[in-house]
Design a binder for this molecule. Structure first.
Ligand SMILES: Nc1ncnc2c1ncn2[C@@H]1O[C@H](COP(=O)(O)OP(=O)(O)OP(=O)(O)O)[C@@H](O)[C@H]1O
Ligand SMILES: [Mg+2]
Length: 294
């Protein structure tokens, strides 16, 4: 892994202290090619594709980490491996020392495209997750958990609506409530606000900040928004462009909590951190474009 730009704002990824909840070691993902598939344009067969290569990352309990990097660099690939939805070609993910090889109730996932069941109401979408994870839980307790989480994301009154009757922002709230309702130790979010308009997005970012202050669950979120990352994160993982993407730098975000936009934007380090992220994203995205032109 190259850490050429490491500076005083960065953390030591090789620190071997034991307090880490999530540890990625030497994670690579190669999507296999296909010798039988001939590309008509190039006349070549489909080659193996290395999306991410030799990624090491440690995440402490109760921290909010965001992953940011150029489109297609492998952010979702990495999150899916942590979620246990995809397996790494090499390397290991451990959570509290246990090897991850499948999804588990310790990890709640919020998907970019909501992934709700269209024939189920808000209440039942959340309830289905709760029943699946806690099949022996008394119905009364299940109902209480469903109600509490609907309330937490501000959906009280919409319990009996179906996804098609909800706005994009409301659907995303159901996705967040569903992930929180199983009371996971870790919340994984893949661009949870990507499909939303700017106002709804800002509102939901504030909601996530508020909920996170209450629960302080370890969270890993993918975003393309620098301001979103700066508002929510304790650490920001900046990835290089793919193929064979890796971690360029991890920024420590020193803003005190609880946060709001004004306190974040007025912090003396805000502009410097924002500039560092902009420079990184600009450089990596320009490199992607340059490699396309070649
Ligand atoms: N199943 C697959 N087979 C082959 N290549 C894949 C597969 N899934 C992803 N890739 C490739 O791996 C790379 C990383 O994909 P990934 O979805 O992780 O990127 P990303 O950083 O999440 O991008 P975005 O910001 O656009 O969501 C991309 O080049 C993508 O084309
Ligand atoms: Mg993605």
């Amino acid at each position: 892994m190259t850490l050429d730009t490491l500076d005083s704002d960065s953390i030591d990824l090789n620190n071997t202290a034991t307090n880490y909840q999530i540890s990625l070691r030497n994670i690579s993902k190669v999507f296999p090619g296909n010798n039988n598939l001939l590309d008509k344009l190039t006349g070549k067969t489909k080659a193996d594709f290395t999306a991410i290569e030799e990624i090491d990352l440690d995440i402490e309990h109760n921290t909010f980490v965001t992953i940011i990097g150029p489109s297609g660099c492998g952010k979702s690939t990495m999150l899916d491996i942590i979620a246990g939805l995809s397996t790494a070609t090499t390397g290991t993910v451990t959570i509290d020392g246990q090897l991850v090889d499948k999804p588990g109730p310790d990890r709640g996932m919020v998907f970019q495209n909501y992934a709700l069941m269209p024939w189920m109401t808000v209440k039942d979408n959340i309830g289905f997750a709760v029943k699946t994870v806690y099949p022996k839980m008394p119905v009364k307790q299940q109902r209480r958990i469903i109600k509490e989480n609907i309330q937490l994301v501000g959906l009280t009154g919409a319990e009996n609506k179906h996804p098609h009757e909800l706005s994009g922002g409301m659907r995303q709230r159901v996705g967040i409530a569903r992930a929180l309702a199983i009371n996971p130790q870790i919340l994984l979010m893949d661009e949870p606000f990507g499909a939303l308009d700017a106002l709804t997005r800002g509102f939901l970012q504030d909601e996530i900040e508020r909920i996170w202050e209450q629960q302080r669950k370890t969270a890993i979120m993918i975003t393309h928004s620098i301001d979103e990352a700066l508002l929510l994160s304790d650490r920001i993982v900046m990835m290089t462009k793919g193929p064979a993407a890796t971690i360029a730098k991890v920024l420590e975000i020193p803003f005190p909590r609880p946060r709001d936009r004004t306190t974040v934007e007025n912090h003396p380090d805000y502009l410097k951190l924002k500039q560092q992220m902009e420079d990184h994203l600009y450089r990596e995205t320009r490199a992607v474009e340059a490699s396309r032109i070649k």
